[in-house]
Design a protein around this ligand. Structure first.
Ligand code: ADP
Ligand code: MG
Length: 727
């Protein structure tokens, strides 16, 4: 008997060698193998006779190989295979079919599936899918095989084609036959009934081996009851874990800040303008968390330019006025510096003491700054994540603000915690900060506010940030003129530079961004520097042009940024380091070179650097050379809309969730079967049902069902994410 946790090498037909190939596909256990789902199904229930084929139809056919050969035409090699059933014969051809040269032997039985086409007066299958059923199989035996006479699952092959779809069929069939019938059921009966979910065992059988007459359409779209059960199950336990975590946070001891008239006055005093309705709403939500006695875990989500910084500063005042310290962590040093400048501009007039803690500080200064922090003199500490996450002693830390620019997903935050070997620490990526017992005499854990710049589609937010409460800034500050976005080929660059000259003459500033996606990529950086040389010497000899890239010395970066902010630099040639949060309202032009190489979200972020003042702004997307189909769609979308949510949705669609969040830093839950794009509906459902379970036991869900669900959830989380601390 196989248990789901049994290593795959013990499945009949696998063994140690092949299990290595499977491991590369992420298939380690029987459970993994059984969740290696067919990506397609073929209706071989009624294989056709050659004589009855009709032009234009899709047909499955079982026939015997007669002969084959490769023909070279002037345009391309064509592989031709003739198969037969008794006296009838049929020709199949594959364009560019050289790879098939030695595949077929006369007498073999093959299954073919493809479109019947008319070619030179004769019916043919063109580029059909095929499977060699083996010479040993006679036509009668074939009738009871796994290959024909039924709806057949088609699997992605593995190991460079060594493990074929046909191989997977047998192996998975073996595994299912030997699988223990006692698969644990973790989904409460009421939910199963409500959603008509089959049992776990039945679902596994049926996704691989659909019963006769099952709708092919439902199968292909993964919406048979069996598919729904398997996908729902995966999402359900993830959501259950997240929801439990959320609730558990509300039982911890936090700091109940006081929000009295004095604090309200202090907030009003700093406001340089009327907050937008969205800003007011967000602050209200944040403030009402902060006065509660458990730690806040809130995400502030808003498009670039929606004014998150101001809201963050307002929250900071609440903590500071209550006698606590605040840490503000930024993803890059430039951004930390910028936060520091705006904090000084906005908060220092009220007498708040602000320090900047960056890696480029001299050791002496660093030590001194740390001392200020430890003694409680510094009220607002601004720095990069890396810096603040190292051991920094706070006298009395009350609020942590993480400006994370969507780089950290919830799973990654959990992983960070684990790395620190602190299984009970459920803080949100705040590192050593969030351990008040050792580090600060604060009466409870600090509040955490996470800010993210890219609008995240709702369903993703539910999953990725399921452990956080969410506030959204969905309204732009007033007085903005919409940005004009144009796309031009780089053969028209002269016109573009002429336009930039005109804008500069009118007193405005411009960015020219060059794609250096990996800051450590030597060749790309070289190209950017060359471009800079050209722009400064040849194209804009009479303007001040400066360059900014990630590998520059931090002091120099700061200097350049400051000069640009002061309007002393007209044109800033830059890599994507300016993508994050830089705020210069007088900059009205953003020229992106090789725009086709950037991701959609990235371009949207770049564009967000302009249109921040009252003057009309222009985003010019230059393309060089051929643009891929996806590239076209990206550029198109940007020209068409500036709605961050629409762009995020499209980005998600084009790239898939892993890419959407940046592959390495994704911190995405790695799903076995679910797809965040295809299965959004099931995700919502899973969230709803998971919440219902945690509100139990009740009239429909018993205590033992709740316990069972939680037990399974923990087992899964532990297996998938290596986490023990959930719940
Ligand atoms: P985000 O961090 O959300 O991208 P910022 O906080 O940098 O946006 O704000 C963008 C710009 O809008 C800044 O120049 C800021 O001073 C300005 N701003 C913010 N809130 C308002 C408001 N309510 N009215 C007018 N301008 C605002
Ligand atoms: Mg910002």
């Amino acid at each position: 008997m196989l248990e789901p946790s049994t290593p795959v090498q013990f499945v009949k037909g696998i063994g140690p060698k092949l299990s290595e190939i499977l491991a590369a596909k992420g298939v380690n256990t029987v459970d993994d193998l059984l969740h290696y789902l067919p990506f397609r199904y073929e209706d071989r229930q009624n294989p056709r006779g050659i004589a009855e084929l009709q032009m234009g139809e899709m047909a499955t056919l079982i026939a015997e190989v007669r002969n084959s050969g490769l023909f070279r035409t002037r345009r391309m090699p064509i592989f031709q295979l003739t198969v037969g059933q008794g006296r009838s014969r049929l020709k199949c051809i594959w364009f560019n079919g050289t790879y098939l040269k030695d595949k077929f032997l006369p007498g073999q039985l093959v299954a073919l599936y493809g479109k019947v086409e008319l070619n030179r007066g004769e019916l043919q299958l063109v580029n059909p899918e095929f499977e060699i059923l083996g010479a040993e199989e006679t036509e009668e035996k074939a009738a009871e095989s796994l290959e024909v006479g039924r709806i057949v699952p088609i699997y992605e092959s593995a190991g460079q084609g060594r493990l074929t779809s046909r191989w997977f069929r047998r192996i998975i069939h073996n595994a299912l036959k030997d699988l223990t019938p006692e698969l644990p059921e973790g989904i409460p009966a009421a939910i199963r009934r409500r959603l008509s979910l089959p049992s776990p065992g039945e679902a596994l059988w049926k996704v691989h081996w659909p019963t006769e007459g099952e709708s092919l359409h439902d199968l292909q779209s993964q919406r048979t009851p069996a598919h729904i059960r398997i996908i729902f199950e995966e999402l359900f336990f993830i959501e259950l874990g997240l929801e439990l975590k959320r609730r558990e946070q509300k039982t911890r001891t936090g700091i109940a800040f006081e929000l009295n008239d004095h604090v309200r006055e202090a907030i009003k005093k700093i406001l340089p303008f009327h907050p937008t309705g969205a800003q007011k709403r967000a602050l209200k939500e944040i403030a009402s968390d902060m006065v509660k006695p458990f730690p806040m875990r809130r995400l502030l989500q808003g498009d670039v330019g929606s004014g998150k910084t101001l809201v963050a500063f307002e929250a900071a005042i609440i903590a500071i006025e209550n006698g606590f310290q605040v840490a503000l962590m930024a993803p890059t040093e430039i951004l930390a510096q910028q936060h520091y400048f705006s904090a000084r501009r906005i908060l220092e007039p009220s007498g708040y003491r602000i320090v900047l803690l960056t890696g480029s500080l001299e050791d002496d200064r660093k030590r001194e700054t740390r001392r200020h922090i430890a003694q409680g003199n510094a009220q607002l500490v601004i720095g990069t994540h890396a810096l603040i996450e190292q051991k920094v002693d706070f006298a009395k830390l009350g609020l942590v603000i993480v400006d994370e620019q969507h780089r950290f997903g919830v799973m990654q935050r959990f992983k960070l915690m684990k790395k620190r070997g602190d299984a009970t620490d459920t803080h949100v990526g705040t590192g050593a900060l969030a351990r008040p017992a050792e580090q600060s005499p604060a009466p409870g854990e600090p509040d955490v506010l996470v800010m993210t710049a890219t609008p995240i589609p709702r369903t993703l937010a539910l999953t990725l940030y399921g452990d956080l409460d969410i506030s959204v800034l969905d309204e732009m500050p007033p007085g903005r003129t919409p940005i004009v976005t144009r796309r031009v080929g780089d053969e028209r660059s002269d016109e573009v530079w002429q336009f930039v000259r005109k804008q500069a003459a009118a007193g405005h500033q411009a960015y020219v961004v060059y794609p250096v996606i990996e800051e450590n990529e030597e060749s790309e950086l070289k190209a950017a520097m060359k471009m800079y040389g050209q722009l400064s010497k040849k194209i804009f000899p009479n303007l001040n042009v400066a360059v900014l890239h990630g590998r520059m010395d931090a002091d120099l970066k700061e200097q350049v940024m400051r000069l640009f902010q002061q309007g002393k630099i007209h044109i800033l040639v830059s890599t994507t380091v300016i993508e994050v949060g830089v705020d210069v309202p007088n900059a009205t032009v953003m020229v992106v070179e090789h725009a086709e190489r950037f991701g959609l979200a990235q371009l949207h972020q770049l564009r967000g650097r302009i249109g921040r003042g009252a003057a009309k702004s222009y985003c010019i997307l230059m393309t060089g050379g051929k643009v891929s189909e996806d590239g076209e769609r990206r550029l198109d979308a940007l020209v068409r809309t500036s709605d961050g949510f629409q762009i995020a949705e499209l980005d998600l669609e084009l790239r898939g969730p892993g890419e959407f969040f940046g592959t390495r830093q994704a911190g995405m839950p790695s799903f076995q079967v679910a797809s965040l794009i295809r299965d959004r509906d099931l995700l919502e459902l899973a969230k709803k049902e998971a919440t219902a379970v945690l509100s139990g036991p009740n009239y429909e869900i018993s205590q033992s069902e709740v316990d069972r669900a939680l037990w399974q959830m923990r087992t899964r989380w532990q297996k998938t994410y290596g986490l023990v601390e959930v719940g």
